[in-house]
Design a protein around this ligand. Structure first.
Ligand SMILES: [Zn+2]
Ligand SMILES: [Zn+2]
Length: 320
């Protein structure tokens, strides 16, 4: 699992930071899942090594413009390019009328398979929005000025590592049998032997997990959703000194984000959705927000546009 930040500013774009969007590259699949799609996200794709044609799912946190104004343009461009094999969209109830209204009033037609999945019950915690054999995506309501959701992606446990030497030592002919055994399945060889893949694999490997939490003020539900996640991406619109503004506008401070990471025992925290008021050169800079957060949760990074992070299992397990 690899995350690429395509926009890390809150409200409006700045010279160095576009508005919210994050691309998640999934292992063993040549597909991208996009989380939020602020204005200019398709331009950010052009400036990155990522390809919009690989987007298969788009998850929208809430209906504020800095998270959705890039969506109609991206969807239309994918249609014109003719290289999308389909998009599933997930988000708040109002997403459907927003997209359908824009498509209708601009006489646009989506020429690829396209589905809008509304999250209908905004008070439902740990709601499963998508699941297949490899991944599960859940969401939970946040505390913001409009209905907003945090999303969690869990990769399901994978079979243990295949012991190639043991397979060779048992004189198993290479070929399709190996791939079946690698999946832990039983196979019957031409010589009549029946082998169980589980005897050739190590212990199951835990899947990786990532949580995207924006926009919100400090939220217990978000902490519950993020429990034990390998990577938590949390909004950090304000510095601690601007706590009053955070309460007023229902956003987080750097210290709230760090406290959430600490209480959720996550492996790593990344701060994003930074207010343009902290541009470098101003009295408070993004590095000050990072410093504040690190005092509470040391394994914290500051997001910047085009930063890529591989989601990794932490070496030490949190014991608080
Ligand atoms: Zn926002
Ligand atoms: Zn918002």
């Amino acid at each position: 699992m690899q995350v690429t930040f395509l926009g890390t500013s809150s409200g409006v774009p700045t010279r160095n930071r576009n508005v919210s969007a994050i691309a998640l590259r999934l292992p063993q699949r040549s597909e991208l899942w996009l989380f939020d799609c602020g204005e200019g996200t398709q331009h950010q794709f052009l400036r990155s090594e990522l390809r919009t044609s690989q987007i298969r799912k788009i998850f929208i946190t809430h209906m504020h413009g800095d998270h959705i104004y890039g969506l109609p343009g991206l969807l239309a461009s994918l249609g014109l390019a003719g290289n999308s094999s389909g998009i599933d969209l997930y988000g708040p109830h109002a997403l459907k009328s927003y997209i359908n209204g824009i498509l209708q009033s601009s006489s646009s037609r989506i020429s690829y398979p396209f589905q809008i999945n509304s999250i209908e019950n905004p008070h439902f915690e740990n709601h499963v929005v998508f699941e297949d054999e490899d991944f599960m995506v859940r969401c939970t309501p946040l505390i913001h000025r409009v209905p907003a959701f945090a999303y969690r992606v869990d990769q399901k446990p994978r079979p243990g590592r295949f012991d190639l030497n043991k397979a060779k030592a048992c004189n198993i002919p290479p070929g399709p049998n190996y791939s079946q055994l690698q999946l832990g399945k039983k196979v019957k060889l031409d010589d009549g032997r029946i082998l169980n893949g589980k005897d050739f694999c190590g212990p199951p490997r835990a899947g990786k997990s990532f949580v995207y939490c924006t926009d919100t003020i400090f939220s217990k539900a978000a902490i519950e959703l993020a429990q034990g996640a390998d990577l938590l991406i949390h909004e950090s619109t304000f510095a601690h000194q601007d706590l009053d503004m955070a309460y007023q506008r229902k956003h987080s401070t750097s210290t709230m984000a760090a406290q959430a990471a600490l209480e959720a025992c996550v492996g790593q925290l990344v701060l994003t959705h930074l207010s343009p008021r902290y541009a470098p050169g101003n009295p408070v800079s993004p590095n000050d927000l990072l410093k504040e957060a690190k005092e509470i949760f040391p394994n914290t990074l500051l997001a910047k546009d085009f930063l890529q992070i591989n989601v990794e299992k932490p070496e030490t397990v949190c014991d608080t």
